[in-house]
Design a binder for this molecule. Structure first.
Ligand SMILES: *Cc1c(COP(=O)(O)O)cnc(C)c1O
Length: 737
């Protein structure tokens, strides 16, 4: 999971950058030294916005799966940043109206220009620039080879430079000046999404690819010290550039500098080298500070005016800056706390819950798809409530990423999907009783014909059915025997059955033992025999499918029309230790969590729970956790060395697991309190407990473990990845995370 390391220092610097933006808009040193103020506000603080662009590009274009492929979520990005921008526009609309910004002299064209480039309020230009810049880089990365992307973005930047701090140079030539005159007419200034943003977004994207490739960024450049030195050098160059431009040329603006490019590159490399835990709250705060600080500026000015404190609060630039910064931070942290609390799993008195990471589902579907020949599509197996993951949400998500075939175990599961609006083909894998056959037609479900007599039963019923024919090639469960040629052919000849597919199931695809492989090959041969037979008789077998998860992983080369993964879609192998021929990185979709309901000390010699199976040998701190075997936790786990995670550490389960509760020893973990989040399956901090571990301890397969979890505990669906349990990531200026 190299693509998802912690980038905590990027988050921290983002908050610092937001404060520099406040400096840029308040001029903290103005009343001390105009020169120092110039250096701070017109040069140093210009590093902030490029940095925002870079982090956004970094996270947005970060490869979604191993090997670098996987499309960035453009729609989600547009809706998120678009919403943020919409909020910003509305927030500042009263101020704009008060200032007469959209007065009688505005035209539709000027307002459009304002929305696409100006931002409608002075700091908001960043958001449309982020959107336009990201779309440009997305286009460049789609259409150009990688090495030209930076060149193209760099060329745009060069055009921008001469309309900005290098403007003085252009005025020597009438042609040049004329060209820029037209640019300014069209776009206002060049500090925008066309000329400014693409280069930094593309640089961030390049960093993202490098990080996901597992390589430390530009390893030849060396570690932190080297980056720090290189940053220092380019920073000095930036200062020199800024000062020289102001002395010898006449910059039109001072947003874009040449030396800012290497300065940003080395700054970013340096921050990445520091790593550190992610800080979702800080990230949220940075975005909020950026959005609201101009309002705070207005408020502080207004307050000073009302109270007659202008000379201190506004006249002293440092006090003014400090007041705006402190108030913005306070306000932003209050909003962050409120917003994050709202999305915390503890809200609503959650006892135990299942977290479903839909981004991991996307990832698994993508890697499974990429393991198969290009002509093979996925039929997602969502039976048993999608193995405990919630079939409706899983099917809808997969439909959204292009999957059009689903399989369920029985008609009721299929109807449930249809009632909740799932589209696409739904195949019922099992037997449907005669008195329910009419519902197949009503809900547009495809029925499996499980042998030749079954086909006759359907034909006799009178409805018109869409069916897939099942062939038994050695599993001996369902299907017409593969050597019953006449019986097989009869299934394709019924007037009321429309055969849209033919399939079989492998019995031992999970084994790489040569004997078992030989058996699977025999099954494959038998299936192929049936297919030839059907074609040979002038009939059509429809879509062919044979592989379930292990069939894909161990026999990926089979060129079928469909493949039917179940367990692998959910990021699991049935047994963690299974070797497979195809090595793909699966990401578990499900985590199981619960809350601590009580923490207390059990004195040495006392026992815990039913049957007094655990007796404390020393004073022991015990946490009671509100989850039990009725939630699907195997009862024998406590005797098989099972543990849970609290605050990123393992706590052994002690005493017998009850129906709704279990007890763990937290003597080794500090500050465990009522309400804390406990992870039974999933990650917390650096630690993780897998469904595979639990399955191994209790002598079963992960399929059984996760299926048992799906009923009682409520489910929470996340579209983004979470770093820590209990803290939902929030939209920020980062495109995606
Ligand atoms: C359950 C099932 C699958 C999915 O199996 P996994 O091992 O979970 O991938 C595929 N095909 C059929 C017929 C099934 O019953």
């Amino acid at each position: 999971m190299s693509a998802n390391r912690s980038y905590g220092s990027l988050d921290l610097f983002k908050l610092f950058a937001a404060m520099l933006v406040i400096a840029n808009h308040t001029g903290p040193l103005a009343s001390l030294s105009p020169k120092a103020d110039f250096v701070l506000t017109d040069i140093i603080s210009r590093l902030t916005v490029p940095y925002f662009f870079m982090t956004s590009g970094f996270f947005f274009f970060r490869p979604r799966r191993e090997g670098g492929a996987g499309k960035p979520p453009v729609k989600r990005f547009l809706s998120r940043i678009g919403t943020l921008y919409g909020v910003g526009i509305l927030l500042y609309l009263p101020v704009n109206l008060y200032n007469g910004r959209f007065g009688s002299d505005s035209t539709a064209a000027s307002i459009t220009k304002d929305i696409f480039f100006g931002g409608t309020f002075y700091h908001l230009w960043y958001l449309p620039a982020l959107i336009i810049g990201t779309l440009i880089v997305f286009g460049l990365r789609t259409w150009l080879p990688n090495r030209f992307v930076l060149a193209a973005a760099g060329a745009l930047y060069a055009v921008g430079l001469f309309g900005d701090s290098y403007y003085g140079v252009t005025t020597h030539s009438a042609q040049f000046a004329g060209f820029y005159g037209q640019l300014f007419d069209a776009f206002g200034q060049t500090r925008n999404g066309l000329f400014f943003a693409p280069l930094y977004i593309a640089l961030g994207a390049a960093f993202g690819s490098a990080a996901a490739g597992g390589s430390r960024i530009a390893p030849s450049l060396g570690g932190k010290k080297r980056y720090a030195a290189l940053f220092a050098v380019s920073f000095c160059a930036l200062l020199a550039e800024g000062i020289a431009l102001h002395r010898y040329a006449t910059p039109l603006h001072d947003a874009m500098y040449l030396a800012a490019v290497p300065a940003e590159i080395f700054l970013f490399a340096l921050l990445l080298a520091f790593g550190g835990k992610s800080h979702p709250r800080i990230r949220y705060m940075s975005t909020t500070v950026y959005l609201i600080h101009p309002l705070v500026i207005i408020a502080v000015r207004g307050f000073a005016k009302m109270t007659g404190l202008q000379s201190i609060a506004v006249g002293n630039s440092i006090v003014f800056f400090a007041a705006v910064t402190v108030l913005s931070l306070l306000f932003a942290s209050a909003i962050a706390i409120l917003a994050l609390r709202k999305s915390s799993p503890k809200a609503g008195g959650q006892r135990a819950w299942v977290d479903i990471n839909l981004a991991h589902l996307d990832h698994n579907a993508a890697v499974l798809q990429s393991a198969l020949p290009s002509g093979t599509s996925l039929m997602a197996v969502v039976k048993a409530n999608a193995y405990g993951h919630g079939s409706v949400q899983i099917a809808k998500r997969l439909y959204g990423s292009g999957i059009r075939h689903f399989a369920v175990a029985e008609i009721g599961e299929g109807i449930e999907l249809r009632k909740r609006g799932v589209k696409g083909d739904i195949l019922v894998l099992g037997y449907t009783p005669t008195d329910r056959l009419a519902e197949l037609v009503r809900w547009k479900l495809t029925q499996t014909v499980i042998h030749a007599d079954d086909a006759r039963r359907l034909q006799a019923h009178g409805g018109k059915f869409k069916v897939h024919v099942k062939i038994d090639t050695g599993m001996n469960r369902l299907g017409e025997q593969s050597d019953h040629d006449d019986e097989i052919l009869s299934m394709y000849r019924h007037s009321r059955l429309q055969v849209t597919g033919t399939f079989s199931h492998l019995a031992e695809a999970d084994s790489l033992d040569p004997h078992d492989i030989a058996f699977s090959r025999k099954q494959i041969d038998r299936f192929q025999h049936v297919v030839s037979l059907v074609w040979g008789a002038g009939l059509r077998p429809g879509m062919l499918h044979l592989q379930s998860s292990y069939g894909i992983l161990n026999f990926p080369e089979l060129a079928m029309d469909l493949a039917r993964p179940g367990i692998a879609l959910y990021g699991l192998l049935s047994s963690e230790s299974d070797a497979t021929r195809t090595k793909i990185e699966l990401r578990p979709v499900l985590s199981l969590r619960a809350s601590v309901s009580r923490v207390h000390v059990v004195e040495a010699g006392e026992s815990v729970g039913y049957g007094r199976s655990f007796t404390a040998s020393a004073d022991t701190r015990i946490a009671t956790v509100a989850i039990g075997y009725a939630d699907g936790i195997p009862r024998e786990l406590s005797e098989r060395g099972g543990s849970v995670l609290i605050h990123g550490k393992r706590a052994p389960i002690v005493g017998r697991i009850c129906m709704d509760q279990l007890t763990v020893d937290v003597s080794g973990i500090d500050r465990v309190r009522q309400g804390d989040t406990v992870t039974i399956i999933g990650e917390d901090g650096g630690e993780r407990i897998t469904a595979g571990e639990m399955a191994k301890r209790t002598g079963t397969i992960t399929n059984e473990i996760v299926c048992a979890l799906g009923t009682r505990a409520s489910k929470q669906y996340q579209t983004e990845q979470r770093k820590r349990p209990g803290k939902k990531l929030v939209p920020g200026i980062h495109a995606s995370r």
